[in-house]
Unconditional design. Structure first.
Length: 94
C-alpha cells in the first residue's frame, strides 16, 4: 500500500515538473531562444515518455486509471506554477 501511494506521489511530481518544463519551452520558443527551447523540449518529452512507459508496462486495472489521473493533475499544477510564479531567468510578463 505504501509503495502505491509513493508511486502516485511520484507521478504527480513528475507531471508538475514535466509541464513546468513544457511551459518554459513554450516561453523560450516565443522568445526565439533556441538553446533553452531545445533543452526544455528534450526534458519534457523524456519525462512524459518515462512516465507513460512506466504506467503502460505495469498495467493494472485497479490502479492505472488513478495513476493517469494523478499524473494529469500534476501536469495541470505544473502549468499553474509556471504561469503564476515569476522566474529569475525569464522576463516577467513574457
Amino acid at each position: 500500500m505504501d509503495s502505491e501511494i509513493l508511486k502516485l506521489i511520484l507521478y504527480f511530481v513528475a507531471g508538475v515538473v514535466q509541464d513546468f518544463f513544457f511551459t518554459l519551452n513554450s516561453k523560450y520558443i516565443a522568445q526565439n531562444k533556441v538553446a533553452p527551447a531545445v533543452i526544455f523540449s528534450f526534458l519534457t518529452i523524456l519525462m512524459s515518455m518515462l512516465v507513460l512507459y512506466n504506467i503502460l508496462s505495469d498495467l493494472n486495472p485497479n490502479h492505472s486509471i488513478l495513476e493517469i489521473i494523478i499524473y494529469s493533475i500534476g501536469i495541470a499544477t505544473g502549468t499553474y506554477v509556471a504561469l503564476t510564479f515569476p522566474l529569475k531567468f525569464t522576463k516577467r510578463g513574457s
